[in-house]
Design a binder for this molecule. Structure first.
Ligand SMILES: Nc1ncnc2c1ncn2[C@@H]1O[C@H](COP(=O)(O)OP(=O)(O)O)[C@@H](O)[C@H]1O
Ligand SMILES: [Mg+2]
Length: 325
C-alpha cells in the first residue's frame, strides 16, 4: 500500500528580502521579508498607515526601495525591471477607463498597448470577472463593483503570474465584495496565479485569503495561514457598537450587562461585549430595552477592529504600541 505523502514545494512568485523604505527621515518599511506562492491568495492585513500601500507600490515599481530586494518570478526589480514587470498585473489606485467607451473597447485598447494578440483572451477575462452580459455597455454606466471587475479583467489580460490589488474591496457593497472575492480566489486557485491583496479588515482577509501577513507600523509581524490566524484569535465573546440617541443613558439602562462589558466610545456610542453563547438572547433583550425606554436606536454593528486589535496583541505579545486607524 502506498501511503507516501507527497508534499511539493510551492512555487515562489514574489520574493521580498529585507525590504526597507524611507520617506525623508521616516522609515516606513522595516526590513520586510516574505514570499508569495503560485495558486494562493496572500493578504496584507494592517491598520491604516501600516505601510501596505507603500509596500505594494514598491513591488510594482511605483516607488524605489531604499534597501533589500524584490524579485518576481525570479527576476529582480534592480537587474531586470521590465522582465519582472511583465509578470505583474495590478490595481493600485482606482483603475482608469474611458467612460464613453464600452468595457470591451477599453479592454481591446489595453490589449493592444500590452501587446496581447490573442483575441480569445478578452473573452476569457470577461468571463472570469462575470461581465459577459454587460461588456458592451459604456463604462460610464458601470457600478463601482463592475468597474473594479473590469479593472481585474484588464490587470490579468497578459496572464500575469502575480496579481496585486491594494484594498480592492474599498467602497464596494457586500454583494460586490463577495463577487470580487470569488473572482480573485478563482484566479489564484484555478488559474494558478499568485494574488496579493491588502486590507484593514480581518473578516475580509479571513474569507478571501489562504495566508495572511500582518503588518503594523512598517513591520511585518507575522505570516500565518488563515486557519492559524483564526484560531489564534478565536474568542468566546463578541463586541458590538450600539449607536443610539443617548449612549450614556442606554449604558445605565442595561443593568443586566455588567459594567466592565460596557464602554462609551469617543463618539458617545456604546460598545458592549457579549458572551457568544448568549449573543442572540442578549442582543434582542438590549434592543427591546432601548426601544421600550423611548431612546432612538440607529444601528447595531459588530466591532470589526476589535478582532484586529486582538490579532496584533496576540502577535506582538501585547507589547506593540498599536494604533488602530
Ligand atoms: N508620499 C509619502 N510621503 C511621506 N510619507 C508617506 C507617503 N506615503 C505614505 N506615507 C506614510 O507612510 C506610512 C505608511 O503609509 P501607507 O503605505 O499609505 O499605509 P497603508 O496603506 O497601510 O494605510 C504612513 O505613516 C504614511 O503617512
Ligand atoms: Mg493604503
Amino acid at each position: 500500500m502506498d501511503t507516501a505523502v507527497h508534499i511539493s514545494k510551492p512555487d515562489v512568485v514574489l520574493n521580498i528580502e529585507n525590504l526597507s523604505k524611507y520617506f525623508g527621515k521616516k522609515q516606513v518599511l522595516h526590513d520586510i521579508s516574505f514570499q508569495t506562492y503560485a495558486g494562493e491568495v496572500f493578504g496584507f492585513l494592517g491598520p491604516n498607515g501600516a505601510g501596505k500601500t507603500t509596500l505594494i507600490k514598491t513591488v510594482v515599481g511605483h516607488l524605489m526601495a531604499d534597501g533589500g530586494s524584490v524579485s518576481i518570478c525570479g527576476k529582480t526589480l534592480k537587474k531586470d525591471f521590465e522582465g519582472a514587470m511583465a509578470c505583474v498585473g495590478g490595481i493600485i489606485e482606482n483603475p482608469e477607463f474611458y467612460k464613453y467607451m464600452s468595457g470591451y473597447d477599453n479592454l481591446l485598447q489595453y490589449a493592444r498597448i500590452r501587446g496581447v494578440n490573442d483575441p480569445n483572451r478578452i473573452r476569457e477575462v470577461v468571463h472570469r470577472v462575470g461581465l459577459d452580459l454587460r461588456i458592451h455597455d459604456k463604462v460610464g454606466r458601470y457600478s463601482l463593483g463592475m468597474r473594479q471587475r473590469l479593472g481585474v479583467a484588464q490587470a490579468i489580460l497578459h496572464r500575469p503570474k502575480l496579481l496585486i490589488l491594494d484594498e480592492p474591496t474599498n467602497g464596494l457593497d457586500p454583494a460586490g465584495i463577495k463577487d470580487l472575492r470569488d473572482i480573485l480566489k478563482g484566479i489564484a486557485h484555478e488559474e494558478g496565479a499568485s494574488v496579493l491583496v491588502s486590507s484593514h479588515l480581518m473578516s475580509e482577509m479571513e474569507l478571501m485569503c489562504d495566508r495572511v501577513g500582518v503588518i503594523v507600523g512598517g513591520d511585518l509581524i507575522d505570516v500565518k495561514s488563515v486557519e492559524e490566524l483564526v484560531s489564534a484569535t478565536a474568542t468566546d465573546k463578541s463586541d458590538y457598537i450600539f449607536v443610539t440617541g443617548d449612549g450614556a443613558a442606554v449604558a445605565m439602562l442595561l443593568d443586566f450587562i455588567p459594567d466592565e462589558s460596557k464602554t462609551l466610545t469617543e463618539d458617545g456610542d456604546l460598545e458592549i461585549v457579549i458572551p457568544k453563547r448568549e449573543e442572540k438572547e442578549l442582543l434582542s433583550r438590549i434592543n427591546r430595552a432601548v426601544i421600550q425606554a423611548g431612546i432612538d436606536l440607529y444601528s447595531v454593528s459588530p466591532k470589526e477592529n476589535k478582532r484586529l486589535e486582538d490579532v496584533f496583541i496576540e502577535l506582538t505579545g501585547g507589547e506593540g504600541d498599536v494604533q488602530i486607524g
